[in-house]
Design a protein around this ligand. Sequence first.
Ligand SMILES: Nc1ncnc2c1ncn2[C@@H]1O[C@H](COP(=O)(O)OP(=O)(O)OP(=O)(O)O)[C@@H](O)[C@H]1O
Length: 267
Amino acid sequence: MEPVLQVDSLSKRFGSIVALERVSFALEAGTILGLIGPNGSGKTTLLNTLNGLYRPDSGEIRYLGRPTRNLRPHQLALLGISRTFQNARVFHTLTVTQNMLVSLVHARVHSAEAQERARQLLTFVGLERYQALPASELSGGQQKLLEFARALMTEPRLVLMDEPFGGVHPEIKALLLERIREAQQERQVSFIIVSHEIPDLLSLARTIICMSYGRIIARGSPQEVSEHPDVIAAYLGHAGGQAQIQTSPSSPVSSSSYFEQAGGHPS
Ligand SMILES: Nc1ncnc2c1ncn2[C@@H]1O[C@H](COP(=O)(O)OP(=O)(O)OP(=O)(O)O)[C@@H](O)[C@H]1O
């Protein structure tokens, strides 16, 4: 089957900073890819390039076999690539429902159908009772749920999510994890999810890619990547580190304390 996304030798620099260096991978339809890596390793730049916010310096992205080079984010959204951000980007003065409808301004969807889609998706993420409230009245975690529901409004084939679990209350995180799984399994949506919440990501994703200094340093199953010596070294900042990436949410070291210990890139 044709991959939903094919990325070949993608590179992106900001002046002297190499944010992406010959990044290549393919994403099968209906699967979840987890993207990990120390701070500054290029994860957000990769998402920004995939959804048309940044133009790559070189390399090619094909979505459902079609090159995306000259397409802008709203055009890619109409084709089926949607996106959430590290800090939820909701419109605070608009109501929850209006936030949902914003994603369809460029789409030819009848107003009644758009309203019904918004209602169903808000129910899906447990926000139905807040639909008439300004988004500013939602908690940070609820705003992440809203952003996720909004990303589904265009009936995407691929959703790019940047740190969906960061700073989210455990109950909301559990709901978000469940709904991402449901969207993948029942709607055949593919996901690329960037997260520092390693145990959650490892439980969700079929494949993990680890980046460091703009390059892919490991890819494979959650277990393969979490045990990969280069991955452990990248997080610890020295080769042959003894620590393991914790693979279970119930493991004694939480992901956040793990990252506090491990730090980012070695300087
Ligand atoms: N718009 C920009 N202008 C200049 N440099 C940038 C820009 N965006 C990213 N960078 C640089 O590119 C590199 C990769 O950054 P990026 O945000 O993609 O990393 P990341 O892996 O997402 O980090 P984090 O986990 O901290 O979010 C960093 O050195 C960053 O400072």
